[in-house]
Write a protein that binds this ligand. Structure first.
Ligand code: URA
Length: 285
């Protein structure tokens, strides 16, 4: 039963299940209430076990000459890196130094300034071809993407493939990436700090891929890359200009496939947006 109290992650904070002095669970779990405890975890969005023991990550670091033995863990607990202006500046410098997409991927792999990497299984950098004319940017990897290391491979990815297919494109002909390359625990939305620290990387990724058309999937990608506070239902369907150091790129915000799975009636809007992309592709050499 002890392992049920292992450290877990949800919503960017380390959490522990209700303790005997807490309000939800009045006694240690027994075989009778294990289901209740697991239900509580699920409701909190917890689906990652980090280690067998809870860790107080806010405790000041102890300087010890000999490292304390660590309990066997599912994943070694690491110190949370505070996201500061310095980290964002460091991210900008590192991203700007990358001259190719491969270099950028390597730089991001080595970058330790974003806490999302602590709970993710692997980094999700891109899929498809950077030589294509279309680049799509989503919000961040979900569970399937985290496992496979590729963007949009879960249910919303399958819908995206069908949407692309409907206008004669497939994922090998487009380039796909996300605002944040690590899965936010429990599929929550990335925090403004996480987005800010990852932003220089996706900006450089767009600059290096240099597509003719940028499709922003969902509110997070659209508001972040267009610096807009408007909701996606207002933003979608209108071509905008996205500026890189090289040139202006035509950018179209549209609805996120995961949203369309929840609101299938809105697929008609996304269909219009994808037709608009088709026309743009056909109308320009
Ligand atoms: N949702 C996203 O925004 N990106 C993915 O890669 C998968 C789901």
């Amino acid at each position: 039963m002890r392992s049920l109290y292992r450290e877990v992650a949800s919503g960017g904070i380390t959490t522990r299940p209700p303790q005997p002095d807490g309000y939800a669970l009045m006694s240690a779990p027994t075989t009778a209430n294990v289901g209740e405890l697991l239900e509580w975890y699920a409701e909190m969005g917890v689906d990652v076990a980090l280690s067998e023991e809870p860790v107080d990550r806010f405790k000041p670091a102890e300087v010890s000459p000999t490292p304390a033995p660590t309990a066997p863990s599912v994943r070694r607990p690491q110190a949370i890196v505070p996201t500061s202006d310095d980290t964002a500046r460091q991210a900008r410098d590192i991203a700007a130094t990358a001259q190719t997409l491969d270099e950028l991927r390597g730089a991001l792999e080595a970058f330790e300034g974003c806490n999302l990497r602590l709970t993710a299984t692997r980094m999700v950098f891109s899929d498809g071809s950077p030589d294509g004319r279309v680049m799509l940017v989503g919000e961040g990897p979900g569970r399937d993407e985290d496992i496979q290391g590729l963007p949009f491979v879960g249910r919303s990815g399958q819908l995206l493939d069908r949407m692309l297919g409907a206008i004669g494109l497939d994922r090998d002909a487009v380039y796909i990436a996300n605002i944040v390359p690590w899965r936010p625990p429990g599929n929550r939305r990335p925090t403004p700090q996480e987005t800010a620290v990852c932003r220089p990387f996706i900006e450089r990724q767009i600059e290096l891929a240099d597509p003719d058309f940028l499709i922003l999937l969902g509110g997070a990608a659209a508001s972040e890359l267009l610096d807009s506070r408007e909701g996606i239902l207002k933003l979608r369907g209108r071509w905008r200009s996205y500026e890189t150091a090289r040139r202006q790129i035509r950018a179209l915000p549209t609805l996120h496939p995961a949203y369309l799975l929840r609101q299938p009636l809105h697929k008609r809007f996304a269909w219009r947006d994808f037709l608009s992309l088709r026309e743009a592709l056909d109308g320009s050499a």
